[in-house]
Ligand binder design. Sequence first.
Ligand code: NI
Length: 399
Amino acid sequence: MFDPEVRAIEPDLIHWRRHLHQHPEVSFEETQTTLWLEQRLREMGIDAIDRPTKTGLVAHIFGTKPGKPAVVAFRADIDALPMQEENDLPYASANDGAMHACGHDGHAAMLLALARMLHEHRESFCGEARLIFQHAEELPPGGAIELVRAGALEGAEAVLGLHLSSGFETGMFALKEGVLTSNVDRFTVTVTGRGGHCAFPEQCADPLLAASEIVTALQTIVSRRIPANEPAVVSVCEFHAGTAYNIIPNEAVLNASVRSFGAQTRQLIEREARTICESVAAAHGCTARLDWYDGYPSVVNDAKLTAEAERVIAERFGAAQTQTIGVIMPGEDFSYMLAGRPGFFVELGTRNAEKQTDAPHHNPRYRLDEDALVYGVQYQYDFARALLDGTRRFWEDQA
Ligand code: NI
């Protein structure tokens, strides 16, 4: 089932993962992590290493197989979360207030193992495998967009990502073609009126009343503007106005969260929200300003790459090791790497109730089943060689 050489790398893989787990660094502060990763890569004999951002790292591995070369990028995020670990493990976090509670330690360790496999088997692929160790996935604006702007993805014809997930049994690959993750956006509405004495409302323009009607009207976006089979959420979660019981205030401020899937729904929600805020405010003699803040956009999986991933996994582990899933709610900044090239992002299960690795991600008792790691390495190694086989069958009709 496993390539014996991939199996042989497992002790190192687990050792690397535990080192990373014990020494977590939060988003944008992954200095020691990146240094350590670079040392491991150089020990393997990999020299083509870039540091395009302060804490991100890119390794280029060039295959020597003859044929028509292609460039495929593999991305692992490397940052930890600002939280205190509650696990009693010999390799529990040694850094107070930081914890790898999302599996990114596993992602980075798997990419190191992939680096070694590809470097030792350069004859088995044609072109470039670009391994991207991405900082700051957990903190918007995130590390992915920085790396893209720094040119780390330039020339990459496809990009592949993977997330370990306690939502699926260990070793299970969860796949979805098309839109996978939600857009994670928010907006602020500032309603300005004309304040005054509570006893003379006719002399005022009441922003509190206008904002109240805006809160209600915003709920019609999902219920009356978006098709019923299209999931979306608009939640107004903050309402700030007023200073005393007898003063009509000048201003009311709302803060809202938005979740949607795909670019179209996202644009529609922003447009409708603006119209509602401005029109309702005007009806009450007030004005409204809506400031929209883009979070991570949806990850959209390429159909051909999804099908190829499914084939590669089934060939190696059997079709029972894959399952098709629906959309998932957490945001992922891998999406920024998909601008200008196809990509594919897979979830790999780490849940094993007997080993207590079934806690949710971002939980202080989150643990991952290390038995899953070797699956991730094997899959990425197989996928790399399938896409970089020198035939360019994947890219020729993509242009
Ligand atoms: Ni994560």
